[in-house]
Ligand binder design. Structure first.
Ligand code: AFP
Length: 340
């Protein structure tokens, strides 16, 4: 099995980017250990602090954010970073060519129940020469199409990393003995069709009409217009749900809802939706808000939220047809046209 180092060398990436991927991978080993030690290390439970989004921060949110912040600031290739747990962007090194956006510990409600959590990252290029002034949030506001690498680390029964540099998606598994990430799947491919979906059903009454109808039809199974039985899964950590979609297909969505009119969307564009959308596209799947391709969104601020529908291509297309007001012949998934 190839090590991460061997794999990256074979990809002829700029050495600064290769080094940056190592920085992220190495830090994830320390995070994995902290997550694994759990109560033994006294890292479970909440703090009294809130992040800028008004969410109570868990101890591990802060610990893992600090770990990533410190190691990325020490990497000379990093110009700056944006994190779910930081109110504002953080400057790193003047000569750095890259901006890193990350969610240090996605799925933090799972921490205290010893369930799946992960780290999500997205790396953007520093577009303007540093000499033109100091780093601002504006430098980060690039669409997902500009990402030069993206991925996640999943702290589950084994620690895994999913990575894309624009050459497909690779899975690496952390060998607990050597502490090396080893390439365990070099061609991740999402099946175009699926009979599995993931959504938080408890929000059903708050969704927009197109999502209500789409899910209603899935729930009707063989008796409904889809004439097919669907299964449902919900891990409550996007990183776990997307990993399942990349591994065996499926549709994952966190749609718009009016539960809190001030917060119609849940997932964050720059460090959740964009990296996951690129991974999904690089694996042959599709990612949309329902109305536009996630990767084409021009961000307005670093903590912006969006609706997310992603996964198996044909199933996402059927869901999108509902959003575009055409649900007339969604039964035939094989011929559903590509809509975004
Ligand atoms: P955190 O980023 O605060 O850990 O939240 C996780 C998350 O944004 C995403 O990973 C899940 O899909 C979603 O929240 C779960 O939300 P519910 O609370 O609706 O299950």
């Amino acid at each position: 099995m190839q090590t991460l180092a061997q794999y990256l060398t074979s990809q002829s990436l700029p050495s600064s980017l290769e080094k940056l991927i190592f920085t992220l991978a190495d830090t994830s080993k320390t995070i994995s250990l902290a997550v694994r030690n759990g109560a033994l290390a006294g890292v479970l439970g909440a703090t009294e602090q809130e992040n800028i989004q008004g969410e109570t921060q868990k101890k591990l949110d802060i610990i893992t954010n600090d770990m990533l912040k410190e190691s990325l600031k020490a990497d000379l290739a990093v110009r700056g970073l944006a994190s779910e747990e930081e109110d504002h962007i953080v400057e790193a090194n003047n000569e750095g060519q890259y901006l890193v956006c990350f969610d240090p510990l996605d799925g933090s409600s799972n921490i205290d129940i010893n369930s799946l959590v992960g780290t999500i990252f997205s790396v953007l290029p520093m577009q303007k020469p540093v000499s033109q002034g100091s780093l601002t949030e504006q430098h980060f506001l690039q669409s997902g199409r500009h990402q030069v690498t993206a991925g996640y680390m999943l702290y589950g029964p084994s620690t895994m990393m999913a990575l894309t540099t624009g050459q497909g998606v690779q899975f690496f598994t952390l060998d607990p003995n050597s502490q090396e990430y080893l390439l365990t799947n070099d061609n991740v491919n999402i099946s175009p069709d699926t009979a599995e979906f993931a959504i938080n059903m408890s929000n059903q009454r708050f969704w927009e009409a197109p999502m209500q109808t789409y899910i209603d039809e899935l729930l009707l199974g063989t008796l409904g217009p889809r004439e097919k039985a669907f299964n449902m899964r919900w891990i409550a950590a996007m990183v776990g749900d997307v990993h399942r979609v990349l591994s065996r297909g499926g549709l994952f969505t966190y749609p718009a809802d009016h539960k809190n009119p001030k917060k119609p969307f849940k997932l964050r564009l720059m460090y959740e939706a964009n990296p996951m959308a690129w991974l999904v596209e690089q694996s042959g799947g599709k990612a949309s808000t329902g109305y536009e391709n996630i990767l084409d969104i021009e961000p307005e601020h670093i903590h912006q939220r969006v609706a997310v529908i992603l996964g198996s291509r044909n199933e996402v297309d059927i869901c999108l047809r509902h959003h575009q007001g055409d649900n007339s012949d969604e039964i035939n998934t094989q011929v559903a046209p590509s809509l975004v």
